[in-house]
Design a protein around this ligand. Structure first.
Ligand code: ZN
Length: 451
C-alpha cells in the first residue's frame, strides 16, 4: 500500500478532483494499493502536488481547462498529445499541441493526468454536446467524439494511464491479462422468415453492395422456414470462469423496437436455460425508455414477473442513453449496473476504460450510484463498420484483440440474431465466439497453474 499526501490549491473543482482520485484508488489494475489523502497530519509515504511547483514529491501540472468554471463547449479544440512510458504510449487531453515526450521527467508528470481522466470517464463532451453533433437518435455522433477523432478508441487510454501512473509512483505491478465479459442483447427471439422479410433482406444486401452469395442463403431459410435466431442452446455458455449477462427486451412501440411475447413456453425454456447456466438476467429497456420512467418501470416489472427474480442490471436497447435523464431513471428503478456506454457503429472504448466505474452527475457534482460497465465490442458494430466484409471483419477482430491482450476488460455483446447475419455473409462468428470462450478457459487454467 502506498499512502499519498495529495496537495492542491484548487478550490473550484474539488468534487471533480476527488472523483478522479477515488476512481484511481478503485481501479482494478491498482488492486486497492493506493490511498490518497489531503490530510497532512496522517502518515504518508509520498507526496503528490497538483499544480504547486517546487514543493517536493511528485508533480502533476494543472491545465485549468476542464477543472474550471468555463469549460462548457469548446471541446473541439482539444488535442491528444503522445507520451511514452516503457512500451506504452499514453495520450493526454490537452488544449495545446506538443511534440512527443516522456511521460515523466524527474518526478514531474508531463501533462494534467487528472483532467485527462476526468474528461474521458465523466463523458463531459457528451453531456455538453451541441445539437449539430447529435445523430438521428439524439446521441452524440461517434465521429464527433474525442477518442474517435483522434483514432484512439481501440485502446483503453485511461487503463494504460492508470497502470503507468501507479508504476511511476512506486507500485510494482505485473501486466494483467485482459478479462472478458460475455453479454447478449435479446432483441428478437424468432426470426420471421416471411416472404416480405426475405425480400427486404435481399434488397438490403443489394443496396449495401454486399456479397451476392448471401442471397441464396436468405431464400433457403425462407423455404425451409427455419428459426435461425434460436441459438440459445450453444450461445449460452456454461463456462463458470467468465462473467455473463443476458438482457431481454420487454416492450417498445417505435420503429427501433421488435417486441416479442415473454409468457410463452419457448421463453420459459430460454429463461430456465439462462438460470441453469448462471447468467445474470437483465432488462433491455426499449427505445423510448431512455426518458420515460413509467415505461421502464412497466417493462422491468413485466420481465421480473416472468423470471421470478428482481432485476438489477440493464442495457438500453439501441444504446439509447441520455446522460442528463437516463441515469436518474435507472436509479429510480433500482438498477445497480448499466452497460450501455459503447459505440453503436464502431467497436472500441467510449470512456477510455473497459472496467466498471461510476459516471459523473454534473447536476449534483457527484458520482451516480449505479455502476457503469462500458460496452466495448458489439457484433453489430463490427458488422456496421465493415459492411459485413469478411476480410475486414477478420482483420478488425484479430487486430483489436491482439492490441488489447493486457490491462483492461472487454465486454462483448453477441446478439442471438447476429450469428445468422454473420452466417449468410460467410463470417465464422460462431467459431470465433467459441474460440473466445475457450481462450478464457485457457487463461483460467494458466493462472491457476501459476498460482
Ligand atoms: Zn437491442
Amino acid at each position: 500500500m502506498i499512502r499519498i499526501f495529495f496537495q492542491d490549491n484548487n478550490t473550484v473543482c474539488k468534487a471533480r478532483i476527488n472523483y478522479v482520485l477515488n476512481f484511481i484508488e478503485a481501479h482494478p489494475l491498482v488492486e486497492h494499493k493506493l490511498k490518497f489523502s489531503r490530510d497532512a497530519t496522517l502518515a504518508y509515504d509520498i507526496t503528490c502536488n497538483y499544480g504547486i511547483p517546487n514543493s517536493g514529491g511528485f508533480f502533476i501540472p494543472r491545465q485549468n481547462f476542464i477543472f474550471s468554471n468555463n469549460h462548457q463547449n469548446n471541446f473541439g479544440s482539444l488535442t491528444a498529445n503522445t507520451y511514452t512510458y516503457q512500451s506504452l504510449e499514453l495520450y493526454s487531453v490537452s488544449s495545446e499541441k506538443e511534440s512527443l515526450s516522456n511521460f515523466v521527467k524527474n518526478k514531474k508528470f508531463q501533462f494534467d493526468i487528472l483532467e485527462t481522466i476526468f474528461f474521458h470517464i465523466s463523458r463531459m463532451e457528451e453531456w455538453y454536446a451541441e445539437d449539430q453533433q447529435l445523430d438521428d437518435c439524439e446521441m452524440m455522433k461517434s465521429k464527433e467524439q474525442f477518442l474517435v477523432k483522434n483514432q484512439l478508441h481501440h485502446l483503453p487510454v485511461i487503463d494504460h494511464l492508470i497502470f503507468a501512473f501507479a508504476q511511476v509512483i512506486g507500485l510494482a505491478l505485473t501486466p494483467k491479462k485482459t478479462v472478458f465479459r460475455i453479454t447478449h442483447d435479446i432483441d428478437e427471439v424468432f426470426q420471421d422468415p416471411s416472404l416480405f422479410s426475405t425480400i427486404r433482406r435481399t434488397g438490403g444486401i443489394l443496396w449495401r453492395r454486399q456479397k451476392l452469395s448471401a442471397i441464396p442463403k436468405v431464400w433457403s431459410a425462407y423455404f425451409h422456414q427455419r428459426n435461425e435466431y434460436n441459438t440459445f442452446d450453444w450461445m449460452l455458455t456454461d463456462q463458470s470462469n467468465v462473467e455473463k449477462c443476458i438482457y431481454f427486451l420487454a416492450g417498445g412501440t417505435t420503429k427501433y423496437d421488435t417486441p416479442y411475447a415473454l409468457d410463452t413456453n419457448e421463453m420459459k425454456t430460454i429463461f430456465q436455460l439462462c438460470k441453469k447456466r448462471n447468467y445474470r438476467i437483465g432488462i433491455h429497456p426499449s427505445f423510448d425508455c431512455w426518458k420515460d420512467n413509467e415505461l421502464l418501470k412497466i417493462e422491468k416489472e413485466k420481465l421480473e414477473a416472468q423470471i421470478n427474480q428482481p432485476i438489477v442490471i440493464s442495457r438500453q436497447h439501441y444504446l439509447h442513453f441520455d446522460f442528463k435523464k437516463t441515469p436518474d431513471l435507472l436509479i429510480q428503478n433500482n438498477i445497480k449496473e448499466d452497460s450501455s456506454i459503447g459505440y453503436r457503429d464502431l467497436i472500441g472504448f467510449r470512456c477510455g476504460t473497459g472496467f466498471g466505474y461510476h459516471l459523473y452527475n454534473f447536476k449534483e457534482e457527484a458520482p451516480f450510484d449505479f455502476l457503469e460497465v462500458p460496452l466495448i465490442f458489439m457484433d453489430s458494430s463490427l458488422f456496421r463498420e465493415t459492411n459485413h466484409d469478411l476480410e475486414k471483419v477478420k482483420e478488425r477482430w484479430n487486430s483489436f484483440l491482439d492490441k488489447n491482450k493486457f490491462h483492461t476488460k472487454i465486454t462483448f455483446n453477441f446478439h442471438n440474431s447476429r450469428f445468422y447475419d454473420a452466417q449468410i455473409h460467410e463470417i465464422p462468428l460462431k467459431k470465433w465466439y467459441q474460440e473466445l470462450l475457450s481462450s478464457s478457459l485457457d487463461i483460467d487454467k494458466f493462472t491457476k497453474k501459476r498460482l
